[in-house]
Design a protein around this ligand. Structure first.
Ligand code: ZN
Ligand code: FE
Length: 254
């Protein structure tokens, strides 16, 4: 089994530690800070072997150099982001396979939030580490890409099995849910999910991970093809990518 530990840091970031008990291999996804990672490593007596970065933003690579220096781990990130990833050892492309003991992740390129953004999909473990591309009930802002690129990137994630757990990097679910409700106020699944999300946040608990199935039912950026949603926006029979573009603009000023 792939053990996954979720570490909340900064205002709303999550760092993920992944551990394969057979080989002892341990990876960290998007380490913003070093100390919280080092603390868990010490507590668990794990040796960090790999850093997996999804993109170059500081809140995803901030601890690369310190962790590399203190543990000797190797740094993996999208080759298209190579110049902007501190300590990069291995640049990866679409379809590359990353191994953590016997656990394998496929690299999926998802430009849009940044031009070199990648996500890591552990098919057998049903886990997707998607950085700032897909969020619970939302998606990343377009800093370096077009709406078309982000839409294409999200299509690659939408087709993953419904049971796939979505480990995104930010706890944005409640704000995203308010937007989702503003778009589809009558969607019972969004209403129900928001009740759960509000309760979890009141208890200071994470709403992440969700699943691809939940996102297909409640995430407006996965529902751009739905005739209900299109009708609500007055965009009936428009191409899904055009609806997505409108949604992303609406969310930017929500
Ligand atoms: Zn980012
Ligand atoms: Fe971020």
């Amino acid at each position: 089994m792939l053990e996954i530990i979720q570490i909340p840091v900064l205002t709303d970031n999550y760092i993920y530690l992944l551990h394969d008990s057979v080989s002892g291999d341990t990876a960290v996804v998007d380490p913003a800070l070093a100390q919280p990672v080092l603390d868990v490593l010490t507590e668990k007596s794990w040796q960090l072997t790999t850093i997996l970065n999804t993109h170059h933003h500081w809140d995803h690579v901030g601890a690369n150099l310190e962790l590399k220096q203190k543990t000797g781990c190797k740094v993996i990130a999208g080759q298209l982001d190579a110049e902007r990833i501190p300590g990069l050892d291995q640049g990866v492309f679409e379809g590359d396979i990353i191994s953590l003991g016997e656990h394998e992740a496929t690299v999926i390129e998802t430009p849009g939030h940044t031009s070199g953004h990648v996500v890591y999909y552990f098919a057998k473990d049903e886990a997707l580490f998607c950085g700032d591309t897909l969020f619970a009930m939302g998606c990343g802002r377009l800093f370096e890409g077009t709406a078309e690129q982000m839409w294409s990137s999200l299509q690659k994630l939408k087709v993953l099995p419904a049971s796939t757990r979505v480990y995104c990097t930010h706890e944005y679910t409640q704000a995203n849910g308010r937007f989702a409700l503003s778009i589809e106020p009558d969607n019972l699944q969004i209403q129900q999910r928001m009740i759960e999300v509000v309760a979890l946040r009141l208890a200071n608990k994470p709403t992440v991970p969700s699943t691809i199935g939940e996102e297909k039912a409640t995430n407006p950026f996965f529902r751009e093809g739905s005739s209900c949603l299109q009708k609500k926006l007055g965009l009936e029979n428009q191409a899904p990518v055009s609806v997505f573009t409108v949604l992303r603009k609406l969310k930017d000023s929500f």
